[in-house]
Design a protein around this ligand. Structure first.
Ligand code: PLP
Length: 377
């Protein structure tokens, strides 16, 4: 039996997405910039996809720029805001994804910006009063706060944050990589958000494709210079297969959102119930077990200390269960999770992050919990 419970790292591609990409992979080899029929035909697929994504987010097509994924979208938002919008100060948190955290660190080291870190409480939630205070001292800053944390699942009250930013004329970027296509977005109601990042492989789409949403009132220059693709905003021949896949993956996710969400919430609730019953002393990092304050796809489990702590993930893998110790981007590195460190939750208690998708079953959750219980007995 092989069970995949690492869906915050990446998701398996939906068969409908694969089917939508197949004709383009087989025959759609034209370069979208070519003026002949091969080029024109393939270019129309890009623009149809952009229109479809814009309809899902209720924004205009002019606000969407396809990128190679979430990391590039985050880099584009932050670097271009500093370079083109006169941003000299960034307010962020210690628990952002490395795509954001390391980009901001680099800019700070190069002397391009000063950085303030907003306080987080012991559950990992952003202190909004402190954010307001920081913005009082540093108006016109760029605020970069993620919508949902990929390791512990905490959700940001994104609309409240956007209103605080508006009050201080600050720019607001949110890394929405874990939430786009998992929640409904209506950009006409959220027009105080200036930048949002998306990545298709987090919602059963292909890897290497995403987009940056840039609010229509914002004017930036490209991050990647080259040809005139993406209306002169991102040079490079477009990843048409990926763009078509992203658009289809959004359809599949958002057209069945309530059904998928209910199924995944049932899985998460069942896992919490089973773990609480079977492992004395189990707890949860951040606000992971609070169903209304956390991402429904993520459960970060804090386990009682054990001599086999360093072997837990390895043993789970041997038993057929793929899960993670922190974010996928830190696995392989010898350092502990910067998120747990930011929460001051690093201890001798091992952490396992389980993350779910519509493709998981209650039987798989039972098998994963039973396997973990065996390792603890
Ligand atoms: N931001 C968050 C919150 C993520 O979880 C990830 C992926 O792990 C990224 C950004 C990076 O996205 P991508 O893998 O498309 O570069």
């Amino acid at each position: 039996m092989k069970i995949y419970l690492d869906n915050a790292a990446t998701t398996p591609m939906d068969p409908d997405v694969y089917e939508a990409m197949l004709p383009i992979l087989k025959e759609g080899f034209g370069n979208p910039s070519s003026t002949h029929s091969y080029g024109r035909k393939i270019k129309s697929h890009i623009e149809l996809a952009r229109k479809n994504v814009a309809q899902h987010l209720n924004c205009s097509t002019g606000e969407l720029f396809f990128t190679s994924g979430g990391t590039e979208a985050d880099n584009m938002a932050i670097r271009c805001a500093v370079r083109d919008l006169g941003v000299k100060h960034i307010i962020t948190s210690k628990i952002e994804h490395h795509a954001v955290g390391n980009t901001i660190n680099k800019l700070e080291k190069k002397g391009k910006v000063h950085v303030s870190y907003v306080r987080i409480d012991n559950k990992g939630h952003i202190d909004l009063v402190h954010l307001d205070e920081l913005l009082n001292r540093h108006p016109n800053s760029l605020v970069s706060l993620m919508h949902a944390n990929n390791e512990i699942g905490n959700l940001l009250p994104i609309e409240e944050v956007s209103m605080i930013c508006k009050k201080h004329s600050a720019f607001f970027h949110s890394d929405t990589v874990q939430t786009i296509a998992h929640y409904d977005f209506d950009m006409t109601q959220m027009d105080q958000i200036h930048f949002m990042a998306c990545s298709a492989h987090k919602f059963h789409g292909p890897k290497g494709i995403g987009f940056l949403y840039v609010n229509k009132n914002i004017n930036i220059d490209p991050l990647i210079h080259g040809g005139s693709q993406e209306r002169n905003m991102r040079g490079g021949t477009e990843n048409v297969y990926g763009i078509v896949g992203l658009s289809k993956a959004m359809d599949v996710s958002l057209n069945n959102l309530m059904e998928h969400k209910k199924h995944i919430l049932d899985l998460k609730t069942h896992m919490i119930y089973r773990l609480n019953k079977s492992i004395p002393g189990v707890s949860y990092n951040g606000d992971s077990d609070n169903l209304s304050a956390s991402l429904y796809t993520v459960l970060s489990v804090s386990l009682p200390p054990t001599e086999i702590a360093s072997m837990l993930l390895f043993n789970m893998d041997i038993m057929g269960i793929a899960c993670s110790g922190g974010s996928a981007c830190t696995s392989g590195a010898n350092t502990g999770s910067h998120v747990l460190f930011g929460l001051k939750a690093l201890s001798d208690r091992p952490t396992i992050r389980f993350s779910f998708s519509k493709m998981n079953t209650i039987g798989e959750i039972d098998f994963a919990v039973d396997s973990l219980v065996k390792l603890y007995s």
